[in-house]
Design a binder for this molecule. Structure first.
Ligand code: PHE
Length: 346
């Protein structure tokens, strides 16, 4: 290889020099820049170059030497910087905590309610959201022409207009349907809580939604009385809203309970003195309840002469609003993390 070729080959190699670590760099230095390296060898050959070519080769050789030195210095600076940065990192430092998610407020309140009733011996029962007329209405003593069976109130999936059939398919409007499933398949004593999503054909607004969450309860046994119902409701209200909470039961009507009542608690915002939340009355309504109508027990195959029972149903959104003062129902289903991430307490 002529000297010219050798120089241009080395120029190319030197231009592409790479080093992953100090060992690589040292190897490059020995190969090109040391006293016995390639460039030093060329300088010793330079002695033999003809006098008229000395100028040209001299320039090229110096260029090569400078380039190799520059490249070496740049690689060294890069490696030094890397080492410095690595030394600065504190490898014993504990890592940044992972951002944890939060539980949905409706789940928190649902769990709390289940927890309170489980202390009274209730267990959870679940059932389908897509139901038939029989379990949502028929077995629960709803008259054939009851307005809940109207398409304006209930989302029907399969229904012939004008006629009402036990097999009509619909989205359940309450979780009482789970109670009828339990009563038709289990023998008393029965003590179940039925949490779940229910659907009603309502326009969506801050105060109403086409779906919401309920927890209904059912207790069927020998000698279950209205006093048992009242005591269970009082225990629940005081566990949920504090020991000073009072309750009152107002007469009401449901097809499946007799007598029926609506339960109010003393307003937990003003303590019962009257405020805008309770519209000055000192009371807020929280649930419906009553003694299971004997017709319902019989329809489900339970002897109403031997057994009696109480039932109740509440809206989880309503209890959550009371607890956390959420003013707009839509927030519960919009999945806005700015809202959801506030529920970190439990
Ligand atoms: N099922 C009723 C509703 O959806 C609530 C209720 C349950 C009332 C049990 C009384 C007894 O509104």
């Amino acid at each position: 290889m002529s000297m010219k070729q050798h120089i241009s080959q080395l120029l190319e190699q030197v231009g592409q020099m790479q080093a992953q670590n100090m060992e690589d760099l040292e190897a490059l230095r020995i190969k090109y820049l040391s006293k016995k390296g390639e460039i030093a060898n060329l300088f010793s050959e330079f002695r033999n170059v003809a006098a008229e070519e000395k100028k040209e080769y001299g320039i090229q050789l110096n260029e090569l030497k400078n380039l190799a030195q520059q490249r070496f210095d740049a690689l060294k600076a890069e490696l030094d910087l890397k080492r410095e940065q690595a030394e600065k990192q504190d490898l014993t430092r504990t890592p940044d905590p992972l951002p944890l998610g939060t539980r949905h407020p409706l789940s928190l309140v649902k769990e709390e309610i289940i927890d309170i009733f489980s202390r009274m011996g209730f267990t959870v029962a679940e059932g389908p959201e897509v139901e038939d007329d029989k379990h949502v209405f028929g077995l629960l003593n709803f008259a054939p022409e009851h307005p809940a069976r109207d398409m304006q109130d209930t989302f029907f999936i399969d229904k012939q207009p004008g006629v009402q059939r036990p097999e009509d398919v619909l989205l359940r409007t309450h979780t009482s349907s789970v109670q009828t499933r339990v009563m038709t398949t289990q023998k008393p004593p029965i003590r179940v809580l039925c949490p779940g999503r229910v659907y009603r054909n309502e326009a969506i607004s801050a105060r109403a939604h086409c779906f919401f969450h309920q927890i209904e309860g059912l207790y069927v046994d020998k000698n279950v009385s209205y006093a048992d119902l009242r005591q269970a409701m009082l225990y629940f209200a005081q566990e949920m809203f504090g020991p000073d909470t009072k309750i009152r039961l107002r007469p009401s009507y449901f097809p499946f309970t007799e007598p029926s009542a609506e339960m109010d608690i003393s307003c937990n915002i003003c303590g019962g003195t009257g405020c805008s939340f309770c519209k000055g009355t000192g009371w807020v309504e929280i649930l419906g309840c009553g003694m299971v109508d004997p017709n319902v027990l019989e329809a489900c195959g339970i002897d109403s002469k031997q057994y009696s029972g109480y039932a109740f149903g509440l809206g989880v959104e309503r209890i959550t609003n009371l607890k956390y003062r959420v003013k707009d129902l839509r927030l519960f289903s919009e999945n806005d993390v700015r809202f959801l991430s506030q529920f970190t307490a439990c």
